[in-house]
Design a protein around this ligand. Structure first.
Ligand SMILES: [Zn+2]
Length: 246
């Protein structure tokens, strides 16, 4: 026989007569605790902690999981966590700093308008080697996903796809104005596509910047005109691997 002592839900403090009813009972705080294993949840929680740390720097203790779950801003941070989880946000940490420092309202953190403004500033401040590294990584992943040579990347790139990559920051204006392939991308675009792209690769801002960094641009041009070498290097590594494991 079950004891008459009521069972209390530790999340909402509602009481139940039977263990079984308690176990199957669902409430919002219980659901929030269950969600805490998800990646978007973790991203949201870490952002929430950062937000409080920034705004209340004298408090030494971090905000806890329970405080987060009870927070009136819970849903807002969760929405932002999902936005981060899409993987489209370039440099999470910097973006979080950006929205907090600029005192942007939480409900706007996941908006395209706010993110686009950040992205443009971020790309403008970023060094040429970071921009090259990201592009190169993308090309290498593309090559292995499609079982193609890296050297084919720019030949296979449609202007529509290029526009998407410009808008999400994969193709930095450094690549557009600093490489022959970049100039070709611009040439291949329709007027309509160019109208959208210009927003992200503002030539008035970028051309003078690129002109001032001729040494770095030379280095960049060199890397991207030698994608074939990357392919040969990979073949060579594969061959060595086969030989030693064959
Ligand atoms: Zn409950």
């Amino acid at each position: 026989m079950e004891s008459l002592k009521p069972r209390i839900c530790k999340f909402c403090e509602k009481s139940f007569k039977r263990e079984r009813t308690l176990a199957s009972h669902a409430c919002e705080p219980k659901r929030r605790h269950a969600d805490s294993v998800e990646r978007y949840w973790q991203l949201a929680f870490r952002t929430y902690q950062k937000f409080y740390k920034y705004n209340y720097p004298t408090r030494t203790k971090d905000r806890t999981k329970d405080q987060f779950i009870k927070s009136q801003y819970y849903t807002g941070f969760i929405k932002f966590g999902r936005f981060l989880q899409t993987g489209l946000v370039l440099d999470h940490e910097k973006y979080i700093e950006y929205v907090i420092r600029n005192a942007i309202k939480l409900e706007r953190w996941a908006s395209d308008a706010v993110y686009d403004t950040y992205l443009k500033e971020h790309l403008f401040k970023e060094t040429i080697d970071r921009a090259a590294e990201r592009m190169m990584l993308y090309i290498m992943n593309w090559a292995s996903d499609n079982e193609q040579l890296a050297d084919n990347f720019f030949n296979e790139l449609t202007s529509a796809k290029a526009l998407t990559l410009i808008r999400n920051g994969t193709i930095s204006p450094w690549i557009i104005y600093g490489t022959e392939q970049g100039e070709k991308i611009i040439d291949s675009m329709s007027d309509e596509q160019l109208d959208i792209a210009v927003n992200f690769i503002n030539p008035k801002k970028w051309r003078p910047k690129v002109r001032m960094k001729q040494d770095e641009v030379k280095w960049l041009k060199n890397i991207f005109s030698n994608l074939i070498i990357q392919d040969e290097l990979k073949e060579e590594l594969n061959r060595k691997f086969d030989e030693s494991h064959g």
